[in-house]
Design a protein around this ligand. Sequence first.
Ligand code: NIG
Ligand code: FE
Length: 398
Amino acid sequence: MNRRVVRGVSELYTPFDRVEDAAFVVDDGRYAWVGPAAALPADYAGWPTIDLGGSAVIPGLVDSHTHLVWAGSRVDEYVRRSAGVTYQEIAAEGGGILATVEATRAMSDAGLMMLARRRAAAFQRGGVTALEVKSGYGLTTEHELRMLQAARRLGEDGPLRVTTTLLAHLPDPAEDRERFLDRFVSETLPEAARQRLADAVDVFIEDGAFTLAEGRRVLEAALELGLPVKAHAEQFSNSGAAKLVAELGGLSADHLERATPEDLEALAAAGSVATLLPLAALLLRAPLPQAAQLRASGVKVAIASDHNPGSSPLFGLLPALQLAGVATGLTVHETLVAGTANAADALGRPDWGRVQAGAAADYLVVNGAEALLPLYTWGQPSIKEMVIGGQTVWRAEG
Ligand code: NIG
Ligand code: FE
């Protein structure tokens, strides 16, 4: 049976609290009890016990913003950008997101699935136990649904937990703008909802993508269908998208490079998460909100990989947490919270990303006695075992 006591935990981050010499109880894939080993209730005395022998434990990492399903490559753009050509200049030439749309539409379902699986495996090796996957490189209803199906299937195949998001990324240049939007809200969105392919809806509100009014239309249509909302907000310009997310009680506003203190306060007041995507900010040379400002606003901060072929070709979450720490001034502990519990909240899954009674038993056994070691070793995950729903998913050899 899937029930046991885990002890011999030198240090545990729940992630909010640090517990020394900890123990926890897993029952049917969830934590039944968590605390100092000395306080373990006698009721669990006869339960099967695993002794970690002084290893540390942290919650499984949660990546709350990825564009994992895509085909093609944009290494050419990456190289050109390194020589000074801008992301917007490339987009204006019909490259950028549209280049990936073309390659993704041309790829078979099986091909998309294989690519997504390979990428997911890399995230898993790096400690990610749950991730969000967006559509957005299809644009037509047929191709958006194909992307969502691949994402959904990835979660069904397991062991990674996956949430899916329908993303209104760009108006399709092949279609009249007004017609594209009408179709998106009257066909793509309801069809994704009907087939239960989308757990949330996202819209890219930016010059060159959707206006604030168009974004509102997409998100309001989603809410009417009972789907939670979020937005790519304030990436290159301040459009009011973060305040829109707050007004609509959305899950999160993501990017926020150009967010104002008022935007962060509005998100905080609404209980919406502010999601930072550090590699996209660094590669596109945009500023990141700073720790003092984030703390003063009281907003809940998540940090995500934004894995995508253009602005963030990043295959893991730990490097995003590490980069964000350096670039914003958030503490190592704050970045761990941002990559676990807060990220889970941004997915509407407050039962993920934390080691506490009632939550899903998704955790990482650290390759050492100090729980924050994986955030210290760049390029070397320092994790020796991954557990999802109480089941070991992988264990490092040796
Ligand atoms: O989150 N901001 C818009 N979308 C993606 C980039 C997508 C791409 O370049 O392919 C992002 O950064
Ligand atoms: Fe994104």
